[in-house]
Design a binder for this molecule. Structure first.
Ligand code: TYD
Ligand code: MG
Length: 489
């Protein structure tokens, strides 16, 4: 016997409650509970039939079957993020802001795969078939043998896929529009999204087709719908970028079949997304070389070195609590670098607003950026521009020492390739590395600060923020440091 059961389900994490409440106890989100009706069997099916379950044959880790090869679509940046092509039978979730280019990327990938002889089905739950065709025309891909459908019912989709020759790839755009007959709640609710995703995951595992789900992103950047969808799929990619820039970054957040630190860089053009093979050139294209407060960081994104400009602005604050604004880096990491500069190097920034920006909209997660951030901060504070032909990398420890970071050789090689002549880096760890740039090793942040301050204009003409007029002196914040006057020569 089945009974109708009303429950309140958090639309953010999927937790269920019997009564409405303002806050979800499970994930802490406010106003996310929505009423959903589910038909549940009052006695679990297994109990009703008195079935005990059957034992399954156990296998060894060593298998004899060779897995199907990965499907390479030919869009290099996408294949690399996927771990060298799509794995048959896997399910991928791609999330991103509206209008970022998810549908464009997937139409391009579908067309490329279909052109290589795979059977690809593109199911749009958001757009009519004509709209998908229009996009394909704009991309010049209307000749590609992709099969289209505009459908939102998961059972209908699976029935369609199950008939006919085997399917290699299915794109579901988007999972939030899907609904299943087996649950009664409205389309878009957690229960519907979860059930539809479950059906599609089961389809992928049973048939060996690769299923790509498009997921919407909420205001705070989470993939909307239950987090459980993220747990159900094999890989979660996010497609990022900001309105002011033409380029987009595909980043793997989870990948059961590949690395999670690779990024794919694309540029949105009038004819769809084009791959950016050398992101460093792109990120450094509009550099303000020679301006104080900018440092070039030689970073790594997965296996690929990426050079980006770090910009800092340090200005006297008129606020009781000075502002710290960061774009593209971890604000906690900035606080740490500021604290180390203060405690170990005597650089006092307590009375200054600090703004930090990673140029070009890239988001850096590496602690190796500490040295470049510190250099940009001190450069902005002292008004001393950093050498335009230098790159920086190294991790700062709380003691003020600069630590070695991984893959120094790859970073140096990329710097040399882009015409940089020197690198400021932690000492040691470079045995056998044939560096084509001159190396300037620093053991501590204090050494770095001293080197930058030595190049600062002796008497910088500083505009006093309070009095107006020119102030003929060093910036106050570095006046009291031990090295300020005696070591500078
Ligand atoms: P779309 O793929 O529809 O985004 P999503 O599916 O993530 O919501 O991309 C829409 C944006 O991309 C839209 O603002 C127009 C732009 N665009 C181009 O600039 N060039 C193109 O060739 C295409 C197809 C779209
Ligand atoms: Mg779309």
């Amino acid at each position: 016997m089945a009974k109708r059961d009303t429950s309140f389900i958090c639309q953010s994490c999927g937790a269920a409650y019997t009564r409405w409440q303002g806050k979800c106890e499970a994930c802490g989100a406010w106003n996310t509970l929505a009423e959903e009706v589910a038909v549940v069997a009052s006695v679990p099916a297994a109990q009703r039939s008195g079935r005990k379950g059957r034992s399954v044959a156990l296998e060894t880790l060593q298998g004899t079957a060779t897995p199907a090869p990965r499907m390479v679509c030919g869009i290099g940046e996408l294949d690399r993020v996927a771990g060298g092509g799509f794995v048959p039978g896997s399910v991928l979730l791609i999330g991103g802001d509206p209008g970022i280019g998810k549908s464009t990327l997937l139409v391009q990938a579908s067309a490329a795969l279909a052109a290589s002889g795979q059977r690809v089905i593109y199911v749009s739950g958001e757009e009519a078939v004509d709209q998908v065709r229009l996009r394909a025309q704009r991309l010049g891909l209307e000749q590609a043998p992709v099969s289209l459908a505009a459908e939102t019912n998961a059972e209908n989709i699976i029935a369609t896929l199950s008939g006919g020759p085997p399917v290699h790839m299915v794109v579901i755009d988007s999972i939030q529009t899907m609904w299943s007959d087996s649950v009664e709640s409205a389309p878009g609710t957690v229960t519907q999204v979860r059930t539809s995703a479950q059906l599609l995951v089961r389809y992928a595992k049973q048939t060996g087709a690769c299923v790509i789900l498009v997921g919407h992103v909420t205001k705070d950047g989470q993939i909307a719908g239950p987090r459980v969808v993220e747990h159900m799929v094999d890989a979660v990619f996010s497609f990022e970028g900001d309105g002011g820039h033409q380029f987009r970054i595909l980043r793997a957040q989870k990948n059961r079949f590949g690395p999670t630190d690779e990024i794919g860089v694309f540029e949105m053009t009038g004819r769809g997304l084009s791959e950016v093979a050398n992101p460093s050139e792109l990120f450094l294209s509009n550099r303000d070389a020679g301006a104080p407060g900018t440092a070039v960081f030689a970073g790594m994104e997965g296996t690929r070195p990426v050079l980006v400009e770090i910009q800092a602005l340090v200005a006297p604050s008129s606020l009781g609590t000075p502002r710290r604004a960061v774009v593209g880096w971890d604000p906690n990491r900035l606080s740490m670098v500021l604290a180390v500069l203060d405690a170990r190097c005597g650089v006092r920034l307590g009375g200054h607003d600090v703004y930090l920006n990673v140029a070009g909209g890239l988001r850096i997660g590496e602690p190796a950026a500490d040295l470049a951030v510190a250099a940009a901060l001190v450069s902005s504070l002292t008004g001393a521009p950093l050498p335009a032909d230098a790159v920086y990398f190294g991790e700062a420890s709380l003691t003020g020492a600069v630590r070695q970071v991984a893959q120094a050789a790859a970073r140096l090689k990329e710097a040399a390739k882009l015409g940089f002549a020197r690198a400021v880096l932690p000492s040691g760890g470079l045995d056998g590395v044939d560096a084509q740039v001159s190396l300037q090793s620093v053991g501590s942040l204090a050494e770095l600060v001293a080197a930058i301050a030595a190049c600062a204009p002796r008497r910088p003409a500083m505009r006093d923020s309070r009095g107006g007029g020119e102030r003929e002196q060093r910036p106050r914040a570095v006046e009291h440091t031990e090295w300020a006057d005696d070591e500078a020569g």
